[in-house]
Design a protein around this ligand. Structure first.
Ligand SMILES: Nc1ncnc2c1ncn2[C@@H]1O[C@H](COP(=O)(O)OP(=O)(O)OP(=O)(O)O)[C@@H](O)[C@H]1O
Length: 505
């Protein structure tokens, strides 16, 4: 079935985009595409990084106008772009990054722009907020600042806010990216319940398994074009990947077992001794040259904080970190970098990239001093670094001079990886390295991890993604700030997931 086909008689369409084209300068982000989301269905939109998904979201939410084409909700043409209130009554999007205001309370966030004229009655505001969240079964203190919410609570508050203004169509843009396993299951249960009550969802995810779990229909975009729309139950995984990539052959993520064993006699590249810090305590670990270590665990396990302490973003309260025997200055990213640690940080927007700078400038940032005297780099040299990064990491961009703010999310992540590796680090710390990266690019980024490990780099991969952990020689599972279990290369999915969830026989 084509997305542009007429729906069967009697089927109500919650949202429709038809014949939509959108250009950014020379880049065609959407080329005459369409999508139809039926009332009460969960419709997946998938595609490789840069395929045009976020651009369609911005058009379906009225944040940008299409160059041509139409959008409608429940049979009515979309409102004028300036009428934000009317858009909010039709559609809401829960982004990976929050749209709620951290300094305001939950209650204020829920009723922002809705307080009418005149004085605000705070007790009334709080009461309404409480009633609203209770009716959706969301248990949070509405007087708390929104910054205190967990990612899961924040998403639920955003969904409740959308439903309370009457929206019956909600877009979820990679909603599970920052959630741990149990939180994902709770979100999916809620989606199913809302669907039963007639709410329609457009669901964007690079985790194809999730699509098979919660969606009924899937639409694939590739290179700005609509490729197919089909019932999920009728489309196999391999077919779906083929539609996304445009080539047959599925995927092959490199596994640690394909690399030679790292012997006990290999030199220790990174040693962490009795390290205690924010959310973890008394952690000791060694990573040998050429060894890849995975750090897994729930969101509260302390794995992120431990990795961030290793690359100097946080200061340990006790213990030492050594690279090739040399002790690092606690809490200094610069010192870590000087000692040969490269990192892919957790939050690429704040720590990973300078959005206003070009692909080349970002990729070369950690090696500027090596490219020219006093950081003065000939433009040709810089462009060369940019071009190499684009080729090596398969970055979809109009060129090395394009600002990274113009790149799609997944392509920005690839620039972060290029930057981390530009200095040929001895130790590489990767936090969620494949977050937001499409299935095919995931394969190539993990291929890079495999390649640098073979060349002798010691790597720490912090992730719960099973694909990311397959490339690891050892996986350490953290629980409540300590290493609770260790697995070799031959872990089974069941035992690893059970350990991450804290389930022990
Ligand atoms: N503001 C902009 N200026 C220039 N180009 C842009 C802009 N926004 C998006 N693009 C380009 O449009 C294309 C589609 O990007 P879009 O963000 O829609 O992709 P996506 O499918 O959401 O990718 P991802 O999975 O990585 O999030 C990309 O080539 C991107 O570089």
């Amino acid at each position: 079935m084509s997305a542009q086909a007429q729906p069967a008689a009697g089927v109500r369409l919650a949202a429709v985009a038809r014949d939509v084209t959108k250009r950014f300068g020379r880049t065609v982000a959407l080329d005459d595409v369409g999508i139809e989301i039926r009332d009460g269905e969960s419709h997946a939109l998938v595609g490789r990084n840069g395929a045009g998904k976020s651009t369609l979201v911005s058009i379906l939410t009225g944040l940008q106008a299409a160059d041509s084409g139409e959008v409608s909700f429940f049979g009515e043409p979309a409102p004028a772009l300036s009428d934000r209130e009317a858009w909010r009554r039709n559609v809401a999007c829960v982004y990976q990054r929050s749209t709620i205001m951290p300094a305001l309370s939950v209650a204020e966030n829920l009723f922002i722009n809705r307080q009418g004229k005149g004085l605000i009655s705070w007790p009334k505001l709080r009461r309404q907020a409480n009633e609203l969240l209770e009716s959706f079964g969301v248990d949070v203190d509405v007087t708390k600042p929104a910054s205190d919410l967990t990612v899961e609570q924040r998403q639920l508050v955003e969904i409740a806010r959308a439903l309370s203004v009457g929206a019956k169509f909600i877009i979820l843009d990679e909603p599970t990216a920052q959630l741990d396993g149990p939180a994902i299951e709770r979100l999916f249960d809620r989606l199913r319940a809302l669907q039963d009550n007639g709410i329609a969802f457009m669901f964007i995810s690079h985790h194809l398994e999730e699509i098979y779990e919660v969606c009924q229909t899937v639409t694939v975009f590739r290179d700005a074009r609509h490729i197919l729309t089909a019932p999920v139950a009728e489309l196999g995984r391999a077919e779906l990947v083929d539609a996304m990539t445009g080539e047959p052959g599925g995927l092959s993520v490199p596994g640690a077992a394909d690399r030679p064993d790292v012997g006990e006699d290999s030199e220790v590249a990174l040693s962490v001794e009795n390290l205690t810090g924010d959310s973890f305590r008394d952690v000791t670990l060694r990573v040998r040259k050429g060894e890849v270590i995975g750090l897994a665990g729930s969101a509260s396990s302390g794995k992120h904080q431990l990795a961030e302490t290793v690359y100097g973003l946080r200061k340990a309260s006790a213990g030492t970190i050594r690279v090739s025997g040399e002790k690092l200055k606690p809490g200094s990213v610069l010192d870590a970098l000087r000692h040969g640690i490269g990192c892919v940080p957790r939050d690429r927007h704040h720590q990973g990239l300078v959005l206003g700078l070009s692909v080349a400038e970002n990729a070369a940032m950690t090696v500027m001093n090596r490219l020219g005297p006093a950081g003065l780099v000939a433009p040709g040299r810089l462009a060369q670094v940019g071009r190499t990064a684009i080729e090596s990491y398969d970055i979809v961009t109009s060129g090395a001079g394009q600002p990274v703010s113009d790149l799609s999310g997944g392509n920005q992540q690839k620039v972060v990886m290029a930057r981390a590796l530009a200095g040929d680090p001895d130790v590489l710390v990767l936090i969620n390295p494949t977050a937001g990266v499409d299935v095919k690019s995931k394969e190539s980024l993990l291929g890079v991890v495999d390649r640098v490990a073979r060349a002798g780099t010691a790597v720490i991969v912090v992730s719960d993604e099973l694909d990311d952990l397959r490339v690891c020689d050892r996986v350490l599972v953290m629980f409540h700030g300590q290493v609770a279990a260790q697995f070799g290369r031959d872990w089974s999915e069941q035992e690893l997931v059970a350990s991450i969830e804290g389930v022990t026989e």
